[in-house]
Design a protein around this ligand. Sequence first.
Ligand code: CA
Ligand code: ZN
Length: 194
Amino acid sequence: MSGHRSRCPEHKQGNGVCDPECNWENFFYDLGDCCNPNVTDVTKTCFNRSSPHKAYLDVKELKDILHLDGSTHLNVFFANSSDEDLAGVATWPWDKEALTHLGGIVLNPSFYGTFGHTDTMVHEIGHSLGLYHVFRGISEIESCNDACLETEPSMETGDLCADTNPTPKYKGCHDPELAGQRDLRLSAFHTHAV
Ligand SMILES: [Ca+2]
Ligand SMILES: [Zn+2]
């Protein structure tokens, strides 16, 4: 990406042609070329968030426009994401917008139902109900000295579920490999992942 960013010659900026190599914030989005509907398909090229022709909505804008009732429904939005690695996001039940039109789940359709991502919706519903990742002990806690790090199954540390094993050293979509724990697979695997 930095390679692209350094390769925009000045004479291409604002020359009436949308040049992808110039379509970055540090080149002022090609001085408007890529947001000019007369020279380009702005629905594909206009990434300047200050332009009225911008090619995307942020999540809040999307939810504001649709204005779906979040007090009686858990809404699931499908939206292509500029973050290509993002499979889904959810609001927590304790978020102030959770029961408004700004709550709910957003899923990236390029992952939905694909191999390795067939449980993403279930996963995000888990978050929206207040379930943490089973590996919360590593990715969402400050350090291994954190008093909230789960070292034995507990209702008070880690993911706050005593029926999922602590995974203090393993950020994977599995319970740790312990004998006789197959029956925990559902509780663990389906309550975390993205
Ligand atoms: Ca240009
Ligand atoms: Zn998750």
